[in-house]
Design a protein around this ligand. Sequence first.
Ligand SMILES: [Fe+2]
Ligand SMILES: [Fe+2]
Length: 308
Amino acid sequence: MLTQQLISIENQMNANQINPAEENSSPLQNLDEWEKDVLERYPDPSKINQDKKEEEFRNYEETAKDGVKEFYRLNHKYQTYDFVLQKKAEYLKFDKKEMPVWKAFDFLNELVDDSDPDTDLDQMQHLLQTSEAIRNDGHPDWMVLVGLIHDMGKVLCLFGEPQWAVVGDTFPVGCAYSDKIVYPEFFKDNPDFQNKLYQDKLGIYTENCGLDQVHLSWGHDEYVYHMMKDYIPEPGLYMLRYHSFYSQHRENAYTYLMNEKDHEMFKWVNLFNPYDLYSKNPNQKSWEELKPYYQALVAKYLPVTLRF
Ligand SMILES: [Fe+2]
Ligand SMILES: [Fe+2]
C-alpha cells in the first residue's frame, strides 16, 4: 500500500512536468484518420493482392501521416497510469448528460469535419456498415447491436477531451509497454517510463490476473463498455471494451495478463475486429430503410435514455 502511494506521489511529480494544455489537442483532421492508419497497418487480407487504388492512399500519406504521428506522440506521452484513473473517476460517474440513444447518435455525428475531403462517411454510417455486415453474416442480434454502438464512446470528444484521450490503440498502463504497440519509441516521454515498477513486465499486476484487473489507456472503448455493462451479453462487452486493443488481439503481446475466461472471450473480440475495419460497403441501405429493424433492436436491449 505504502509503495503504491509513493509511486503515485512520484508520478504526480513527474506528471507536473508535462502539460497537455501546451500541445495541439487535435493533430488529426478527424477521428477517422486514426482508423485509416489502423487499416494501413492491418489491411484487409481479402484485398491485399488486389489492385490498390494508389492515388487514394498517396493523398492520405502525404497530408495525414504527420498528424497521425503527432497524435500517437501525444497519446503515448500523456496516457499515464494516473491519467487513466483520473478519467475513470471523472467519466464513469455518468453525470454529464442524459440522452435517448438516437439523440446520442445525432450528437456523435457532430464530430464530422466537413473541411476534410477524405471524410466520406459520418460516424453513423461507419456504425451502420459495421452492424449491417454483422447482421448479413447471421450473427446474434446483440452482436449487431454491438456493431451499432461500438464507437458511441467517441462522444468524449464533444465533452472536450483531446483526440489522444478518445481514440488510438489502447494498451495496459502500470506495466511495461510492449514494442508491439504502434510507435513504441514515443513512450520514452511518458512519466511512467521513469517508474521502475511500471516498466516491470508485470508491473502492478500478477501473472494471468485477468484483463478485468488491468487498466488500459483511457478512451472510447472503456467508456462505452461501462455504459453498456448492464445491458449486453458478456462476449459483446468484451468486443466493446477491447476493440482497439490491437497489441493483444492482433499481436498477442499481453497474453501473460489474461486468464482463461479472457482467452475464451477474445475469440469474440477477434470475430468482431474485421467488421470494424473492413465493412465499408458502397451499396449500404439507407437509414430510412433500416430504421424499423434498429429501433426494435435498441428497444429490446437498451433503456429509453442513456447516461453519459
Ligand atoms: Fe472504435
Ligand atoms: Fe469503429
